[in-house]
Design a protein around this ligand. Sequence first.
Ligand code: FAD
Length: 266
Amino acid sequence: MKVLLVFAHPEPRSFNGALRDVAVAELSARGHEVQVSDLYAAGWKPAVDRADFPGLDGDRPLQPSRASKQAFLAGELTPDVTAEQEKLRWADLLILQFPLWWFTMPAILKGWVDRVFSYGFAYGVGEHSDKRWGDRYGEGTLAGKRAMLIVTAGGWPEHYSARGINGPIDDLLFPINHGILHYPGYEVLPPFVAYKVDLLGEAAFGAAASALRQRLAALETTPPIAYRQQNGGDYLVPTMELKPGLAPPTANGFALHVGAAARELG
Ligand code: FAD
C-alpha cells in the first residue's frame, strides 16, 4: 500500500514526532511505501491569498472558489499545491497526524487543506444541477482510497466520551472525517487518538506506540466509518436532507450520517 502521512507539529522531538517515527517504521516494516509531508519543516504557506493564483488579473477582486476553479482548469495552481495533489493521487491511504489544538487541527494543517483541496480536485467535481450535487461524500477524485487521523490530546478519554464536557471525540472530528475526508471520496477509518499526553508523557508513550502499531497492522481489515454516500439513495434531492424513515423525526446531528448508527436510532 502507498501511504502519505501529513504531519503537523512544529517540533520533531515532540511526542507527535516520536509517534510519527513509530508509524513510518511500522508501515515500512510491513512493506508499505511511505511519503511524509512535514508541513512545519517544509515551511508550508497556510493562508489562501492572491499569490495562489498567479494567472488572476490584478484588477479583479479575489473570489477564492472561482480563482481556484480557473487555476485548476488552466493548470496554474502553484507548484507546492500540485505536488501535494500528486501525492494524494499516488497514495492509497492518507494519514493526517496532529495534536488537537482548540478542538481541531492546527492552523497550518487547515491551511494545507484550504490550498490543496482545490476546486475541481476535492470539490466542484461532477454534475451540479437541480438533480445532482456533484460527486462528493463517498464519490469524487479520491474515491477508492482510505484516510485516517492520528491525533494527540491533552484531555482525558472521559472528557471526550458521550457525556464528557468536551463533547464526544467522534463529533469533534466529524468536520474533518466527514467534511474534509469523506467529501472528496475517502473511506475513513476510525481515528487513532492518544489522550492525556501532557499529563502522562513519557510514561504513556510506550503504550501509545504499541496501540498505534496494532492499529497500523490491522489497516487492511479495519472497517471504515459507515458514512452514508450522498448519491446512494439516502438523501432527498436537491435539499440533501436524510430521507424520512431512515431515522426517527426527532433524531438529529452528526450521527444521522453514519448508516449503522442511524439505523440503531430507529
Ligand atoms: P509534547 O509536548 O511533545 O510532549 C508531551 C509529553 O510527552 C511531555 O511530558 C514529554 O516529556 C513527553 N514526550 C515528548 N516527546 C516524547 C518522546 N519522544 N518519547 C516519550 N515521551 C515524550 N488538548 C485537548 O485535549 N483539547 C484541546 O482543545 C487542546 N487545545 C490546545 C491548544 C493549543 C494551542 C495547545 C498548545 C495545546 C492544546 N491542547 C489541547 C493540548 C495538546 O493537545 C497537547 O499538548 C498535545 O497533544 C501534546 O502533544 P505534543 O506532541 O505537543 O506533546
